[in-house]
Design a protein around this ligand. Sequence first.
Ligand code: GLU
Length: 455
Amino acid sequence: MADETLIPSNAALAAHPTLGREKETPMQSVVKETAPALTLAQETNPWEAQAARFDEAAHRLKLDDGIWKVLRYPAREIIVHIPVQMDDGRIEVFTGYRVQHSVARGPGKGGIRYAPDVSLDEVRALASWMTWKCAVVNIPFGGAKGGIICDPKSMSQGELERMTRRYTAALIEFIGPEKDVPAPDMNTNEQTMAWIMDTYSMHMGQTINAVVTGKPVNLGGSRGRREATGRGISIVTDQALKHLNMVPAETTVIVQGFGNVGSNSAKLLWDKGYKVIGIGEYDGALFNADGIDISELLEFKAKKGTIHGFPGAQAADKDEILVSKCDVLIPAATENVITSRNAAKLQCRILCEGANGPTTTVADKILEEKGIFVIPDILANAGGVTTSYFEWVQDRMGYFWTEDEVNQRLERIMIDSFNDVLQYSVAHGVNNRTAAYMLAIDRVAYTTKQRGMYA
Ligand code: GLU
């Protein structure tokens, strides 16, 4: 049980500026093991969810008070309001964020998302998760994340390009290969990265492709980057199967989300002989107890722009699919999909988190009681940023690897990281998520202390 003196006092925290502290649960109640004070905000606010997990892991690590405060809050938060001329001549102003949580272990690293519900708290959480994710896989990056509040589905390519370029220009002094390296995230892609790379390069007077990752291969992108998050997910799922004495041919999978992460996870697992029986989307789902041919589904989606109407499966309910019986459930869409409302109904053996923050803190406890083997997001989906690291390395060398070389290196890192987390969990008697946070926080804290405080 906790030595209360190790927990930073509320007075010390109250002295810390910003971060909507009025909404936070006082830290002392968050970190008590016996009576965790979980608030409604932790179910819906990703920042609260991240902070609660951080506090629990920091507490178990007996983290020094000062380092605790340093690592709990982002180092820098940038808000920009960017004017964009729309196709009809109107000027629209979009709000964008870039949060750099930590640069202790290397440049900030993390994606940029475009969505109507982007918020500063969400970007803060995602930036912190990038720090922990990069530390779990032990790559030399800190954590950052960006986002613009917009409805990309209703915008033309021209509008998206102008918005992206203006956002890049507004952040020009804060990003760069040695400072902060953006990448794709929800609703951004290789084309978005090409625009950022070009805008940054124009400002600098030379082509600097290492400013972003997830670029098209002919602009300095890495082979294998597009599939990397899904590939990482398939690798850690294989490892979990080995650990639990299961085999792919007898393993059923349901994937929620059929974007970059979900579709590549489903395809790679299906290629390895897993039986993918369900695919969920935001507006409906597909189910086939005999397995869905993912190659055919990908072709169907490429032609029709949707998975609905696919002849190789029956239509299903998007909420029901999450709680349908399967061996491996992969939420690969967005935050807060496994909550106090549905966690008790989950029927999977393994939960492999493709999305960032798909499980709420309240749901964590329920999953633990049910004995579900959780592969936490900061491990499960780290294949994307790991291959981003390879891309950054290749850009800086100006020498590019084959896809096999990239995939082999990725496999090595994902397997090692899976084993590190598992060992940490056994050694400390904690669940996989807490183990992953402890491992990551321990690494970042070590570097932070070693660098010392500049004053
Ligand atoms: N957006 C991805 C993530 O959440 C990739 C980040 C990156 O490659 O920098 O991990």
